[in-house]
Design a protein around this ligand. Structure first.
Ligand code: GDP
Ligand code: MN
Length: 375
């Protein structure tokens, strides 16, 4: 009896053992199938983590920021629908809409209907959008007419200049942005091509990133003929600021400098997409830099863009590893597209990798960015 019982117990045990082994094997195969694409995904993101493990679970103080006109309602709806679909339906970050005019009821209603996130609408006042007293408006008008003869985009536009000055020196000081530490700038009539399934703001914080971009471009030098010299003058006249900044080797100075720093190579990050730290622009160093440039008059007498103004400052003020190239955020603005080309993005993105602009030989500065990181 005991023997029989012992035998049958043994046979039951070995049956369970073999079932257990099969299950374990199955689990192993399933887990490796599941994990390997995830690992590949992380591996492809230039050594940074998109998972969040280090920072606390406190909510991120971050928002989308949009400067837009009432007349661009359809275009910005198109962008917000994509942002919600690709990213924000999962994360519910608030939006801040800014305008130099009052937003219409229709605008507010149609935008609010697109998201469950909080949406704030604000007007930009005269001090942030208008001529400062030290600008000679007659001279500015003459300079606009002169630039227009060169066929430069927006050469004769006054509003474009106010916009660039606002984006360079004021948006981050608008009271509606006070509650936030990070922002993602969006624009009307652009496309967001890829699903973003992690929190990009938490990613910025966890990885110590201060400035994120996805397109690096060459500027029309005719819009900024005296910008570089003004920056050099600023550096010389503000040794106390320069003392606070990383050395040229630790910074991304070589992304913008050429001829041993004597001239501007025209490279800049496109600011129509930006995911960045607001503290960067709110810093004393940046505010002194902006005020110096503003006094020099180039926002009005030339046509200084917020992209070269931001990029030169970031290249001077941040360390190399505080920049992030958002390869995974496929994006189109006007005729230019950043589309991640790696095979793992094909089921996340709708763009055609053949349209990717990163290595355009004449216009893209992405290779110069990578060189500047290495130097
Ligand atoms: P581009 O990207 O340099 O060609 O310039 P855009 O025309 O796209 O302008 C940049 C951003 O500023 C967009 O979000 C525009 O909607 C916005 N913008 C440009 N000019 C004005 C303006 O006069 N008023 C307002 N409220 N927004 C403007
Ligand atoms: Mn634009």
């Amino acid at each position: 009896m005991f023997t029989r019982l012992g035998l049958s117990l043994r046979s039951i045990r070995s049956k369970w053992l073999s079932i257990g082994c099969t299950l374990l094997g199955l689990m192993f195969v399933l887990t490796s199938l599941y994990i390997s694409p995830v690992n590949k995904y992380l591996h492809n993101l230039d050594t940074v983590k998109t998972t969040t493990t280090t920072s606390s679970s406190e909510p991120m103080r971050a928002c989308f920021v949009v400067l837009v006109r009432n007349s661009e309602l359809q275009g910005i709806k198109n962008t917000v629908i994509q942002i919600e679909q690709r990213f924000n339906k999962q994360f519910h970050y608030p939006y801040v809409f800014l305008n130099d005019d009052y937003f219409t009821e229709q605008f507010i209603q149609e935008i609010t209907a697109l998201t469950t996130a909080q949406v704030n609408f604000g007007k930009v006042d005269q001090q942030m959008w208008g001529y400062p007293s030290f600008i000679n408006q007659t001279h500015a008008a003459l300079q606009r007419a002169e630039l227009a003869t060169q066929g430069i985009p927006y050469a004769d536009s006054e509003s474009y200049r106010h916009m660039c000055r606002f984006q360079s020196g004021f948006f981050f000081r608008h009271p509606l942005l006070d509650p936030y530490d990070y922002y993602w700038r969006i624009e009307p009539d652009v496309d967001y091509h890829c699903d973003i399934d992690y929190d990009v703001f938490r990613f910025m914080k966890d990885n110590g990133k201060k400035y994120g971009f996805n397109i690096a471009f060459r500027e029309f030098l005719a819009t900024v003929p005296t910008l570089w010299q003004t920056v050099l003058d600023f550096k010389k006249s503000h040794p106390e600021v320069m003392k606070q900044l990383p050395s040229p080797e630790d910074s991304l100075w070589n992304f913008v400098a050429s001829d041993d720093g004597l001239s501007y190579n025209s490279c800049h990050f496109w600011t129509n997409f930006e995911i960045a730290s607001l503290d960067l622009w709110r810093s004393n160093e940046y505010l002194k830099y902006f005020n110096y440039l503003d006094r020099a008059g180039g926002f009005f007498y030339e046509r200084w863009g917020d992209a070269p103004v931001h990029s030169i400052a970031a290249a001077m003020m941040l360390k190399k590893d505080e920049f992030h190239f958002f390869n995974d955020i496929g994006y189109r603005h006007t005729a230019y597209t950043h589309c991640p080309t790696e095979p793992i993005y094909r089921d996340k993105c709708s763009c055609n990798p053949a349209d990717n602009f990163d290595y355009d030989p004449g216009l893209s500065c992405y290779s110069i960015f990578k060189d500047a990181l290495r130097r």
